[in-house]
Write a protein that binds this ligand. Structure first.
Ligand code: HEM
Length: 557
């Protein structure tokens, strides 16, 4: 046989093999698809009975998530309106079924449950950053780490941070003095909240910090942009495709910055440990020096960010917190790891990354929204200032714990800010078994991503009359008393509630009161002009633009 003839035989047999492959592949794919659809029949049947905007074959509603972050947020909110009566909206993103809930009874079913505590599949995008930290871990690992970490945010530990909250609040006031015109207050709030976290929960003294706090905060913001893109753009979801994009390269660089800071923090702390410096038992703070008022250990309800009547593992009495547990967060983790049993080095890093993220971006957004609202509502700001003047008079003394309990009106303004602009606008869980919604008896199938739509829940007309109006009186005790406990959940609730809830409230009251003792805030925009976006954390797309004017000749801080 000639070479040409041999080549032709090889070519035709290759062609035949390729054709055979495709001839077999197509029916195989059809069979696989039919089987896959069959195996999900139960899900489709139940989903069919839930309402939602119409979608396209295969893609579902994925195209609702095109455009920038602000367009997506506006689009999703607008598209949900026709379903407000039932407060349940179904969306398909490709094969994934998402069910948004915003009736307090349905929210209670999810958040109060010890069964539905697994985070949704979408949280896996956080994994390269937060590993298996408290926010995303599940099962026994989550349970044991939550038990370890929650006491480090007990009120008695937090009271020992008050001096540091004050010092950092004064420092930010000093920095703000240079702002003459309109500026974005979020940058200041971000830097300040990172520095406070480093000094308190991580126990890293100011003298050993450098500029990396601000760089860290900016890297976190950009990381959130990338994660949001992965949540909303269907083609960025598979790791394989994501890795081919420029976003993946950007993510690697951002994680270098983020992990660079957390590794440095742990390294410094370990050096201190190894050089024999043992952690301070923080509860000693209350033993001798503090007055009766600061010994208060069981202040609950609104003062600490949730409806009266909701309890979680942060609301334990002082007597239940053993002395060893009265350590700051990182001190306790390192102390525990000395035995090598409770928590490994890698796990410490994951938890430090988690607390650094959850602890700063949320409070930076909350405080920036608060300042924006003060700027918009001058009459309400007057009342906050009156209250502060009554507490502090002309003195520029630091705030005490008792002062924070007396800031009742400021507290209501803070609650109202967290109602209208919850920094975490949605909470997503993966359900492993069918659930029946108490509000309407409909069933949501196992395998669904159930999304508690906090932003929508907090704007229900039947719960908050005139829900788009900023009205701190919504949180007057008599108004809150008759409200469903789960109608206000800025910090989530139940077994997976925010572990930093009390820390956040105390810190926010001290920062915000210190700012308003020194400045009056102004805003040229009204809240209806705010462009909201939800890149994981709710923000103003145009930046948190405000202006400040000095309230009184400020004494040198
Ligand atoms: C205004 C400030 C804050 C808000 C609105 C907020 C809100 C939330 C929400 C809604 C969750 C549940 C998230 C979910 O299930 O997907 C959460 C969880 C969490 N938060 Fe916060 N948070 C704030 C501040 C903080 C602070 C200051 C810390 C730590 C210092 C913190 C640490 C955590 C942690 C570790 C979790 C995960 C808890 C678990 O799953 O067991 N947060 N937070």
């Amino acid at each position: 046989m000639s070479i040409a003839a041999a080549e032709s035989v090889v070519q035709s047999s290759t062609w035949a093999a390729t054709s055979l492959f495709y001839v077999l592949l197509v029916p195989a794919l059809i069979l696989w698809y039919a089987y896959w659809r069959m195996s999900r029949r139960h899900m489709y049947e139940l989903a069919e009975k839930l309402q939602g905007p119409p979608g396209l074959p295969l893609l579902g509603n994925a195209l609702e998530f095109t455009g920038g972050s602000h367009d997506i947020f506006r689009n999703v909110i607008e598209k949900s309106v026709p379903f407000d009566k039932e407060s349940v909206v179904k969306l398909w993103i490709g094969p994934r079924l998402l069910v948004f809930l915003y009736d307090p009874r349905d929210v209670e079913l999810i958040l109060s449950s010890h069964t539905h505590i697994d985070k949704a599949e979408e949280y896996r995008f956080f994994q390269p950053w937060l590993g298996n930290g408290l926010l995303i871990s599940t099962g026994q690992k989550w349970r044991s780490h939550r038990k370890l970490i929650a006491p480090t945010f007990h009120l008695n530990v937090l009271k020992s941070f008050i001096d540091l909250f004050n010092a950092n609040s004064r420092a930010v006031v000093n920095k703000l003095k240079k702002e003459a015109g309109e500026f974005d207050c979020h940058d200041y709030m971000s830097e300040c909240t990172v520095e406070i976290l480093l000094e308190t929960a991580m126990g890293v003294s100011k003298s050993t910090q450098d500029q990396s706090g601000f760089e860290y905060a900016m890297a976190v913001m950009k990381m959130c942009d990338i994660l949001h893109l992965r949540h909303t753009k269907i083609w960025l979801r598979p790791d394989l495709l994501f890795k081919l994009t420029d976003y993946a390269k950007k993510q690697t660089k951002l994680l270098d910055i983020i992990h660079g800071l957390t590794k440095k923090v742990i390294r410094r702390k370990k050096e201190e440990f190894n050089s024999g410096k043992r952690p301070t038992i923080l509860a000693d703070y209350n033993a001798g020096t503090a007055d009766e008022a600061t010994k208060t250990t069981s202040v609950e309800g609104l003062s600490f960010g949730q409806s009266a009547g909701l309890k979680d593992d942060l609301d334990v009495d002082d007597a239940d917190v053993g002395q060893k547990k009265r350590l700051a967060f990182l001190d306790l983790l390192l102390e525990s790891s000395q035995s090598g049993v409770v928590i490994s080095d890698e796990e410490i890093k994951e938890q430090v990354d988690t607390i650094m993220f959850e602890g700063h971006d949320t409070t930076a957004a909350g405080s920036s929204f608060f300042l924006s609202m003060m700027g918009v509502h001058q009459d309400i700001q007057d009342k906050v200032i009156d209250e502060l003047d009554k507490i502090f008079g002309d003195s520029d003394r630091p705030a005490t714990f008792q002062d924070t309990l007396e800031m009742k009106y400021l507290e209501r303004c803070l609650m109202e800010t967290l109602r209208m602009f919850p920094p975490v606008p949605i909470i997503a869980r993966q359900i492993k078994q069918d659930i029946t919604l108490p509000s309407n008896g409909k069933q949501v199938p196992a395998g669904t991503t159930v999304v508690v739509a906090t932003y929508k829940l907090h704007r229900r007309e039947d719960v908050y009359p005139n829900p788009t109006k900023f009205d701190p009186d919504n949180f007057l005790p008599e108004r809150s008393a008759n409200r469903h406990y789960y109608a206000f959940v800025p910090f989530s609730a139940g077994p997976r509630s925010c572990v930093g809830r009390k820390y956040a409230m105390l810190k926010l009251k001290i920062i915000l009161s210190t700012i308003l003792r020194n400045f009056r805030v102004h805003s040229d925009l009204k809240e209806e002009d705010f462009k909201l976006q939800a890149d994981i954390i709710l923000k103003r797309a145009e930046g948190f633009k405000v202006r400040l004017s000095p309230r009184k000749p400020t004494k040198a801080c």
